[in-house]
Design a protein around this ligand. Structure first.
Ligand code: DAK
Length: 257
């Protein structure tokens, strides 16, 4: 399948989607989001893929939703068509997503990174929710996911001022899992994604779903859900194999079941 705004590759069991609108700093126009969703869906349905990386260019992961596309929209139109609603589909992907962020990750770009499960940042990464400077607020989860990632003080700071933070500040406040030199970004993202893809697929899906529950539910309900998933994994051959392999001091042979 050919794409205009993204590049799609795979490295073994890892899918890679590279955002590619260089003239607009990877601004996330509607067509790009449609292509991204299609690529993620294809990886989701491909049993040989265990993890996907979303990345951009060295200068920009993504500078936000496409402002030129939004400029002339009116409230009744965007309300009726549920404008940009299909962004949510990224967050519905069940296999793990790694965001490899270099350069700007602003507005919808920062929100897209936060829809991923692990953010690995290059030292030149800049994160922010500058929507307030356009007279709007974040609309793809920024007001909800950012506060859960970095806490109220920092989320308010970023969302109300619209300022950017660098990779080290983002790591210190918990938005980012790791910071690496720019030239090592893809290598680090790939080795992380390969490691995830090398685990039991069933256990990985269960782990992602259980961790995401923590975002969405009160503690008691999340703990109950975690325990049920934990119990359920005792029905899988992979659980038996993983424990046997450990006790026999050999690498596990995952069947994905
Ligand atoms: N949209 C469209 N074009 C953009 C863009 C954007 N977000 N960001 C940059 N560009 C374009 C610029 O217009 C320029 O185009 P030309 O003039 O060359 O044609 C080109 O990219 C290079 O940009 P600059 O010349 O500005 O480059 P600089 O290095 O000087 O500055 C910058 C880089 C990233 C600081 C600056 O470009 C900038 O501030 N960009 C805008 C950042 C921003 O405000 N982002 C938030 C946008 S609002 C929702 C889903 C998503 C959203 C909302 C709802 N739902 C699900 C409901 C998201 C909203 C947003 O993201």
């Amino acid at each position: 399948m050919s794409h205009e705004h993204i590049r799609v590759e795979r490295e073994g069991e890892v899918g890679i989607v590279r955002l590619h609108r260089p003239k607009a700093l990877n601004a996330l126009c509607d067509a790009l989001i449609t292509e991204l969703n299609a690529a993620l869906r294809a990886f989701e349905e491909n049993a040989s893929i265990g993890c996907t990386i979303i990345t951009g260019s060295e200068k920009a992961f993504a500078a936000g939703a496409d402002i030129a596309e939004m400029q002339d929209r009116t409230w009744p139109a965007i309300w009726q068509e549920d404008f940009l609603a299909d962004w949510d589909r990224v967050a519905d992907v069940r296999k793990p997503l790694v965001a490899a962020v270099s350069g700007y990750a602003l507005g919808g770009g920062c929100e897209l990174a936060m829809m991923c499960d692990i953010i690995i940042a290059a030292e030149n990464a800049r994160f922010g929710q500058p929507e307030i400077r356009l007279g709007i607020i974040p609309g793809a989860g920024g007001t909800q996911r950012l506060i859960r990632a970095v806490g109220k003080a920092k989320a308010m700071d970023l969302i109300l001022t619209g300022r950017m933070m660098d990779a080290h500040e983002a790591e210190a406040c918990g938005l980012v899992a790791r910071v690496v030199p720019v030239e090592q970004l893809m290598e680090e993202a790939l080795s992380t994604a390969r490691e995830i893809a090398g685990h039991s697929r069933t256990a990985v899906l269960a782990a992602k779903e259980a961790v995401l529950r923590a975002f969405e539910t009160p503690l008691q309900e999340g703990l109950r859900f975690e325990r049920r998933l934990f119990h359920a994994l005792f029905a899988t051959p992979d659980r038996k194999e993983g424990m046997e392999a450990f006790l026999e001091k050999r690498p596990p042979r995952w069947s994905g079941r």
